[in-house]
Structure formats: C-alpha cells, structure tokens
Write a protein that binds this ligand. Structure first.
Ligand code: SF4
Length: 458
C-alpha cells in the first residue's frame, strides 16, 4: 500500500501515512459520536447479493459540511457486503477494519469500535472536500483491495438523530447476539485460540489472545469471529494459536500462547496468563472497553469503562488510568478488558474474580447485573457510594465486602506500603534502591500517586 495519494480522484489523500493522526478540538470541523453522545455505532452485515448495490453510498441526515462547526452529533456507519465466500461469522472482524481504514483518510480520526466510536473530521480536510461520499468511496476501495472476497459493498452514513436512534438499537441487538454465541463454551473445549495483531500500529508489543472464555480487549472479536477470519486469511492479522501444552490451567497459561506472543512481540513479552491482572497479565493496547485499576488501600480492583466521565476513587478518570494500562505492557492490576470477558466464568479467577472488585460505575453494574454474584451485588461500591479512598473503605467495611477480611490479616502498614509498589508501577521503567542510601531513577515516567511512602530498612 502506498503511503499517500492512493486515489487521485479524491480531494484528500488516503494512505498509511495518516494513521495515528490526532485531531484536537480546535482543529475539528465536527465530532461524530464520542463521549458526549449516547447514540453512535458502526455495524457491518453480510447480505445476499440481491440486497447489495455495489458502490452505493446513502446519507441519512446532513452531510459533513452541513453539520454545525464544533458540534458533537449522533452518528452511525452501516455497511452491507456480499460475496460468495463471505460468512456471517466474519462480520465482527471485517467491522473492526472500519477503524484502520477510516484512519488512512487524511483529516479523519477514528477511535474505538461498535457503540463507543469517537470520530473527528479536520477543518482543513473538510474545506478540501472531505465529506461522507468521499469517505464512503475510500472505505469501499480499501475494503475491496484488502479483502478480495468482498464482491459488493454499500454504505449508509446516518446523522439524523431519530434514524440513528432506531438503527442504534438494532446494532446493540446484533452485538449481543454475536457475543452470546461463545457463551457456554469453555477454553477446555477447544484445541486452538486466535491471535490478533490489528492494534500493533499503536502498541507494537500487543497481541490479543482470543479464547472462548476471554474475549478480545476491544469487545469486537469473539473466538468464532477469529475462527472465521483465520480460515479465510490464515496469514492475515487474525490467526490461529495452537494451545499446545497447558502450563497452568487455573491461571490460563499455555505453551502455544507464550511462543506466539514472544515471536509477535519481538521478545518484548514472553509469558501470558489469561485469567489474571497480576504478574503475567494479558497485555493491553489502547482499544480496551474497560480497564481495571488496583486500589492498594483496599487490596481490591476497581473497574471503569471508557464512557465514564467522572473520577474514580483513585482520583483518576478513565483516560488517566488508561495511560497507565495501555501501550502493550504488562502492568500489575491495570488491565484492559472487554465487557464480554466480565461475563465469563474465568473473569480474573486467579485474583478472586468478582470477590476482588470493589468499585465500578453504576452503568457497568447495571450492565453486569446478571453476572455479579447476588450476595455480592450490594457490596460493590459505585460513584454514588464512594468518590475517594476513605469513603470507599468505609462503604466496603459497612457492607462486609470479602476484601475486608484480608485487611484483618494484614497489618495496616503492609497495606499502605503497597501504595508505592502499585500506583506508579506501569509508568516507571527504572527504579533502583540500593542498601545504605536511596537512588531513584525514573525514565519516561508519568506518575500519579495519592501517597508515596519510603521507609528506611531497619
Ligand atoms: S483490541 Fe485486540 S482483538 Fe481488538 S482489534 Fe485490537 S488487537 Fe485485535
């Protein structure tokens, strides 16, 4: 693929050179979806040939130049494809490519997936002629050049709020039906897992390992989706990972995973344990739907999703915590995951599963209602119960959350001392503390700490 100017007839350039382009608020003409808008989605469906008119682009609602400058609007992209070799199971993986292909377009920023998409169009690019017709043409050509099995494609862009709302509900139902397919299957039932390296352009050492019971971090690719994609294009970004010897069934460590992860991360990561947020956790790129965060004062884990706008009891927002989590690293307690993994019986089983979760936003609690053990539901705090560490500890104690039992076992000093260990762990790349004195070397450090305690050894 050339780096720019792939399609001479389009008014903006299209190519890999534009991937990673960030559009700040003052530069943006308009924001489509994003955290300020509830109804937003991208959806790709496989249809029969007679249902798809190849090359057709439909715009329901105002086009880009007619949207109010600086505004955030409800938005949907609905893509229909057909082709002899296409299977419905491939929808999820093809849909995920909307992200990278949109980012190839000059002046177009695309973040996230499904119903959390956040898009921005740059003022200069819109002045040059970037609109939905141009976007649609670029997407159709990029999809067809990368996936020759797509024979026909039509795209609908929606900005009319009532129409977005209608289709939004349909999209949610389809996501749920896709996710539900792998529920009930176990990692023991299968011989292979699937890997995905689509996010390596942002996080070079990151590989998603998609097992039946640990869904992809972005929440967009299931084990079935992985299987369909790997079958059609085994050398593509989604591929098979033979499990090989099981090294630890409880933690979810397999020889086959370690080999592939080591190879694809160029030796950066050499061990992954699927069902834990500590020691050798699955890496996190930047597309995770949710991140966990360790709360050392409670020895528990908080959970926060991308759309939560407030502060967690740690004092950080989702964005601040995501900085400590992402980038393809393994960071104790800071772990990028998907909603669907939270529905899995293997959800952080090594760390205590739901018994270790001490805080989560109301929206997530509601969404997970059927999966949180009944006896625990009222014991996990939300933003309505606790906004800082003190109120969180009080709440947990009052409700008798299981983590409180551990507080008794540990002297208060031991719990406090974990602050130094836990909070900055993901962002400090070098710390040395020799005996007889203190030397702290921080390289590429980005630190947020409520408290740092340094004690001289006796
Ligand atoms: S989050 Fe994982 S599965 Fe999803 S696109 Fe990125 S690498 Fe692939």
């Amino acid at each position: 693929m050339s780096t720019s100017g792939m399609f001479a007839d389009l008014p903006v350039e299209v190519g890999l050179a534009y991937e990673g382009e960030r559009i700040r608020k003052p530069q943006m003409h308009v924001e489509l979806g994003g955290p300020n808008v509830k109804e937003k989605f991208e959806l790709l469906r496989v249809k029969s040939p007679e249902e798809v008119e190849d090359g057709k682009i439909t715009i329901i609602g105002p086009d880009v130049q007619d949207l109010e400058e600086g505004s955030s609007v409800p938005f949907g992209i609905y893509i229909e494809v057909s082709g002899d070799k296409l299977e419905v199971e491939m929808e999820g993986v093809m849909e995920r490519r909307i992200h990278d292909f949109c980012n190839y377009i000059e002046g177009f920023m695309h973040l996230n997936q499904r119903d959390s998409i956040w898009l921005r169009l740059d003022k200069k690019a819109v002045k040059k002629g970037l609109n939905f017709d141009v976007t649609g043409k670029a997407l159709q050509r990029l999809f067809k050049s990368e996936m020759s099995i797509i024979e026909k494609m039509q795209i609908t862009f929606l900005t009319e709020p009532v129409e977005v709302k209608k289709k939004f509900q349909e999209a949610l139902d389809i996501y749920e039906a896709r996710d539900a397919r792998a529920r009930g299957m176990t990692d023991n039932d299968v011989d292979v897992f699937y890997g995905c390296t689509l996010c390596q352009s942002f996080a070079p050492s990151h590989i998603c390992v998609i097992s039946a019971q640990r869904y992809a971090n972005c929440g967009a690719i299931s084990w079935f989706d992985g299987r369909a994609a790997a079958k059609v294009d085994p050398k593509g970004p989604v591929f098979e990972i033979p499990k090989e010897k099981c090294l630890d069934e409880w933690k979810g460590e397999y020889e086959g995973i370690n080999k592939i992860v080591s190879e694809k991360s160029l030796g950066e990561i050499d061990r992954i344990q699927l069902y834990t947020a500590f020691d050798y956790p699955h890496t996190s790129c930047g597309c995770f739907e949710i991140t966990t965060f360790y709360v050392p004062e409670c020895d528990g884990l908080g959970v926060v999703h991308r759309d939560f706008k407030g502060q967690t009891p740690s004092g950080l927002t989702f964005g601040g915590l995501a900085d400590s989590t992402g980038g393809g690293r393994q960071v104790n307690g800071f772990h990028g995951i998907s909603f669907e993994y939270m529905r899995s019986p293997k959800f952080l089983q090594v760390d205590g599963g739901w018994n270790r979760i001490v805080w989560l936003p109301t929206e997530v609690k509601e969404k997970m209602k059927d999966y949180i053990p009944k006896e625990l539901y009222d014991k996990i705090a939300t933003e309505d119960d606790a906004t800082d560490i003190v109120s969180l500890k009080e709440f947990l104690k009052e409700k008798g959350h299981p983590v409180v039992e551990k507080w008794v076992e540990k002297p208060p000093d031991a719990i406090e001392a974990q602050t130094l260990e836990a909070m900055p762990v993901g962002t400090i790349s070098g710390v040395g503390i020799p005996s007889g004195g203190i030397t702290i070397i921080l390289k590429n450090a980005k630190i947020h700490a409520e408290k740092v305690i340094i004690k001289r050894a006796k």
